[in-house]
Design a binder for this molecule. Structure first.
Ligand code: UD1
Length: 419
């Protein structure tokens, strides 16, 4: 199993380019299922989750090619196998995103239930409820969502909770439904706007993406097109936190500060100086960070996908902070690992109280999920001595060439396959 070894104590300095957003690329690849014509997607990050999605689409009969790096061409002229098997869904919950498009285009889908997952229960009831309101017959049998619909009909759907992939699934399904669909209490994440922009390029009629009411007027067919995926705001935020924690000075290219206002506000509160223009962000940190309280919530509030990274920053900040996780019920697993590095953290329910200490101690730790892994990398970069991070396959699901990018910024980090 692969591991990362980090020698801590070196500030990040220099510039790197941010990759395309995983969470925008995944639904956009699924949008290819909605048309017989070819969809060319650019700025796709090279990640394990993207490879898994490509394999899933391929086994459904989609012709997938990669004509150049970061570019994927998909053609779903003939769908042969309307199934997402357990083996694929269990490694990547976003596989649920094929449900809406398959049902809308082919009238049938058989998708494994994602089941439990490390960071929480993560049910898909809102996806199912919405598709049922659009006229789908759905049964859960043998751990699979078996869905059939001759023709989906537009409907008014009010989500009980804000769900990102739920909003994306129903928005995709509604593009080919008969009549008008309104999605209320919809998620407002920038990745939803990116997907809507791609769908619009393919001929879909969508209004209101980025607000909590999205209206979709169904059309008989969608056509192919070309689309460039937005920058990854979570990768951007992760590097910014790493630079803040190490007292660094970095410039991130091909990204935008508009995507992460809540994160930049918190980094400024921690003491970082930030400047930005249309497609770059520069961060400079000259002092010890101040501790910062935060509470995760749906966009535009503070993202749950940045919570773990800020936990590591608070570990070495001046003062005491409280971090409250409101989206997922079990997303504080990195606390145990950070404590192995001497962090002073108490957990009470869904909140962590972090008392800053001067320095973390390098230690042998284990990655437990994608963003928890990123927090351990940040902790390792600031720590005294060597940190060895085990099970980094979690990290490879969501960060493109992380050790390459960190090395380019002066970090002492290497990958090893030793047991
Ligand atoms: C997406 C992101 C993930 C991010 C999360 C929250 C992708 C591929 N993944 O995940 O990185 O952490 O948004 O910003 O975009 N829920 C239900 N019923 C449902 C659906 C969700 O109860 O039918 C609950 C979940 O258990 C969770 C909350 O709603 O507690 C939010 O989940 P959701 O927004 O759906 O997360 P994902 O779309 O899976």
């Amino acid at each position: 199993m692969q591991k990362l070894i980090i020698q801590g104590g070196f500030p990040l300095e220099g510039q790197i380019s941010i990759s395309g957003a995983k969470n925008a690329a995944l639904p956009i690849l699924c949008a290819a299922l909605l048309t017989r014509e070819s969809l060319v997607v650019d700025n796709v990050p090279d990640l394990q989750d993207i490879t898994t999605m490509q394999s899933l689409l391929q086994q459904m009969g989609v012709n997938v090619t990669t004509p150049a790096s970061s570019r994927i061409e998909l053609c779903a002229s003939h769908l042969t196998h309307l199934v997402a098997p357990y083996e694929m869904v269990k490694t990547m919950r976003a596989a649920i995103l094929v449900l809406g498009p398959l049902l809308a285009r082919a009238g049938e889908a058989n998708i494994s239930l994602p089941g439990g997952c490390a960071i929480g229960l993560r049910p898909v009831d809102q996806h199912i409820k919405g598709l049922q309101a659009m006229g789908a017959d759905i049964a859960i049998k043998h751990g699979y969502i078996q869905a059939v619909a001759k023709k989906l009909r537009g409907a008014r759907i009010v989500f009980d909770i804000v769900t990102v992939t739920g909003t994306e699934n129903l928005m995709m399904a509604a593009t080919l439904a008969e009549g008008i669909t309104t999605l209320e209490n919809a998620a407002r994440e920038p990745e939803i706007v990116d997907l809507a922009n791609c769908l619009r390029k393919m001929g879909a009629k969508i209004h209101g993406a980025g607000t909590d009411i999205i209206t979709i007027e169904g059309v008989p067919v969608l056509h192919g097109g070309e689309y460039n995926v937005m920058p990854d705001r979570i990768e951007t935020g992760t590097f910014l936190v790493a630079a803040t924690a190490t007292g660094g000075d970095i410039r991130l290219l091909n990204t935008s500060s508009n995507l992460l206002d809540a994160v930049l506000d918190k980094l400024t509160e921690a003491g970082a100086h930030i400047e930005s223009a249309e497609n770059w962000i520069h961060l400079h940190m000259t002092k010890k960070p101040q501790s910062i309280n935060l509470r995760t919530a749906p966009y535009p509030a503070f993202p749950t996908d940045m919570q773990a990274q800020f936990m590591s920053l608070n570990c070495i900040a001046d003062g005491t902070a409280i971090i409250t996780e409101t989206i997922f019920e079990n997303r504080l697993m990195h606390v145990q690992e950070l404590k192995r590095m001497n962090a002073d953290i108490e957990v009470e329910g869904n909140a962590a109280i972090i008392h800053g200490i001067p320095k973390l101690d390098g230690a042998h730790v284990m990655a437990t999920d994608l963003r928890a892994s990123a927090s351990l990398v940040i902790a390792g970069l600031t720590a005294q001595g060597e940190t060895l991070i085990d099970r980094i396959y979690h990290l490879d699901r969501g960060y493109e060439n992380i050790e390459g990018k960190l090395s380019a910024l002066g970090a002492r980090i290497r990958r090893t396959t030793s047991s």
